[in-house]
Design a protein around this ligand. Sequence first.
Ligand SMILES: [Zn+2]
Ligand SMILES: [Zn+2]
Length: 475
Amino acid sequence: MYSLKSYVLVVSLIFIPFFANNFLVFVNSITSSSGNQYTTFFNAISSSTNPKASLNSGKNQTTSSLISSSFCDVWDVTCSEEVLGLAQEPDNVEWIKGLRRKIHENPELAFEEYETSKLVRSELDRMDIEYRYPLAKTGIRAWVGTGGPPFVAIRADMDALPIQEAVEWEHKSKVAGKMHACGHDAHVAMLVGAAKILKNREHLLKGTVIVIFQPAEEAGNGAKRMIGDGALENVEAIFAVHVSHEHPTGIIGSRPGPLLAGCGFFRAVFSGRKGLAGSPHHSVDPILAASAAVISLQGIVSRESNPLDSQVVSVTSFNGGNNLDMIPETVVIGGTFRAFSNASFYNLLQRIEEVIVEQANVFRCWATVDFFEKESTIYPPTVNDNRMYEHVKKVATDLLGPPNFRVVPPMMGAEDFSFYSQVVPAAFYYIGVRNETLGSTHTGHSPYFMIDEDVLPIGAAVHATIAERYLNEQG
Ligand SMILES: [Zn+2]
Ligand SMILES: [Zn+2]
């Protein structure tokens, strides 16, 4: 996920190579909590909402004893208890944490997730879950259920970031300069955990769950390529989760409608004519033209956009000239823009280009604008379908209890899940990983980012229930 400012909710910044230096913060070390100190928040959640599930926790219950008690045609508390019971079996908790730690130790960047993908496939093989591979280089489309309609998808992203981990713990990244600083390692582990739960309950599924592991969320529009390779074939709805340091462990947050902004970047080259600064009339000054453009760009949002339709245009770089006595030949400026609807987003794109080109002309310069479309750095807004949002809310509320669901505000970050949401009804939601005791309070894309691993079985249970209930309620 992408966020311009580090303090905003979820955290994430899609890595864009040309802007990367801004984000690479190298810190030698930090003292942090180890895995031994994780709290039992998950048990607390289940015991507060599902008394029977809490009885199951801590015991080595067999799968068969759990799956035979209910058909869950109409979802009730027994069904929630069964899913939570499966998720929190001690062996399962250890397995899912182990999985996440393995991925955390071996972070792989966009479209290089070969080992991560291999690990996922080996787990799917062990569970006897079928899949198609590869999609988008390293992606996987697995399925559990009847093999027939309806088809509902749940998705995780697999890529890491070019950041040096500064958290000192037993399972720190073993790859210098690479880190799972956005929590995608947890996303993968939770989705594999969900696949396991769904496989256990396969006889109850009233259709097919498509389980999607995609590459390159942070850079490269992995979701777009997955769709191109058939990830959404037959799929009628899709759901995904992102960890959030804003909410305590296990809290689910989402909202109907626009949740995350569309995000784009631009770079403009202003060309004039070089000349001595003491005789400006013999040159054509691109610094003046670019300066005027920077000011005029601020008028797009402030004067042309509906104040109730949040948008951003930020100029973040301005480079030109290296001689105090010379007017330079060229000036290069660049920045980013955000909006919550496709219409507003593409209007911004068009107006940024017009303003830059026209302001260059005013000062006898000429300008070209690049939006890096070929480098796949444009992310549409992530808009939650109202019905899918209601489904997430209902599932989270029934499974974890009403206090553990929050309606969250939209944020200016971006996420390539938006490509799926443009094709089928979709809902994106957050799951909290904040635990002050552990120190999991840092924003994504921070070298200090860490999660409370107690989130993993909770996330797996939420994923699985969203999919199973969706299928059950379509008939
Ligand atoms: Zn992310
Ligand atoms: Zn991110």
